[in-house]
Design a protein around this ligand. Structure first.
Ligand SMILES: O=P(O)(O)OC[C@H]1O[C@H](O[C@H]2O[C@H](CO)[C@@H](O)[C@H](O)[C@H]2O)[C@H](O)[C@@H](O)[C@@H]1O
Length: 305
């Protein structure tokens, strides 16, 4: 036992392989106990990048962790419902995650664009609002703004921009020579650009996303939990965009539900670890947790709902 040498700050001791780790907060322990005692009243909500998928330099090359779909396929049928809530377009998360046509995930929901889009495994259909007109305007102006920032030169711009189906634009700095420096220098000009066109900037792990306002993962999660009628919710995330979902779980707990806040730990983001009930070691740790929960429910004799 013990933390791996490169574990993120706040990582908790690594549990025995296959065992369910113990949250370090009373609220988290209550939430986990409720999930295990009454899985039919419990739901799980999971972020994608950095939580179910390892962070990689090229966003298009991200994939769900090797064991993620199998662990979900085993765990989710035991639960009331499950959702992936992501900044990605819903269909992109479904493709990169391999979430379509998976036994056990036939009622999975994926909420894309921070909850603005909804994909249902049961129908394979996506519901999405019309694109915000500011996105097209920003797309036209963005190369000029990046050029004048002095951070990007020539073809760099094309590898930095993720177009996100015309509904948002992400500017990535992970592949810059100085990723954090580029992020810091771009933040103000991109915020001004977003504001000029009625959009907001969502900062993430070496990414600045310009997206429509009015939705976040907290609103999306609270609405979805209410819709399911769940009594317990486990949420796992890794990035700043997940803080709104953490706040939603805290609010649901104050309203009488039980909940568990899981941080997929990294050396890049400290804020979630500080608020989590349980910190695991990145996507491998999240998948280990999902697998351990499934194994525990298999052996505890809890009936599928
Ligand atoms: O809500 P999420 O599922 O966490 O999505 C948030 C953003 O994640 C993606 O970017 C991050 O992952 C990339 C692939 O590993 C990585 O290259 C990048 O540095 C990370 O920030 C995605 O590309 C964005 O569109 C999402 O908004």
């Amino acid at each position: 036992m013990g933390s791996p040498p490169n574990a993120a700050p706040h990582s908790q001791p690594t549990p025995e392989p296959g065992s369910v780790p113990t949250p370090h907060t009373p609220a988290g322990r209550d939430g986990l106990a409720a999930l295990l005692a009454h899985p039919e009243r419990a739901v799980i909500a999971l972020d994608f990048d950095g939580t179910l998928a390892e962070i990689v330099p090229d966003p298009e090359k991200a994939r769900a962790h090797a064991g993620a779909v199998a662990a979900l396929g085993r765990l989710v049928p035991r639960l009331r419902a499950a959702v992936v809530i992501t900044g990605r377009p819903a269909t992109v998360a479904v493709r990169l995650g391999g979430f379509a046509d998976v036994p056990g995930l036939d009622h999975l929901t994926v909420l894309g664009h921070y909850g603005a889009e909804r994909w249902e495994a049961a129908t394979g259909t996506v519901h999405a609002p019309p694109p915000h007109p500011g996105v097209a305007a920003i797309q036209a102006e963005l190369p000029g703004v990046l050029d004048s920032s002095g951070v990007w030169h020539g073809t760099w711009v094309e590898t930095a921009i993720e177009r996100k189906g015309g509904r948002a634009i992400a500017v990535h700095t992970r592949r810059a020579a100085d990723p954090q420096g580029a992020f810091d220098r771009l933040r103000a000009p991109l915020t001004a650009l977003a504001e000029r066109h009625g959009l907001i900037v969502e900062p993430g792990r070496l990414v600045l996303e310009l997206r429509p306002p009015g939705m976040d993962k907290g609103v999306a999660l609270a609405d979805w939990v209410r819709e399911t009628g769940a009594a317990t919710v486990l949420y796992a995330g890794d990035d700043l965009g997940d803080l709104a979902a953490f706040a939603a779980v805290e609010k649901l707990r104050s309203d009488g539900l039980t909940g568990v806040l899981v941080c997929s730990g990294s050396t890049e983001v400290a804020e979630l670890a500080e608020r989590a009930d349980l910190v695991v070691d990145g996507p491998a740790g999240v998948v280990g947790l999902l697998g351990a929960l499934a194994a525990r429910l298999d052996t505890s004799g809890a009936d599928s709902p």
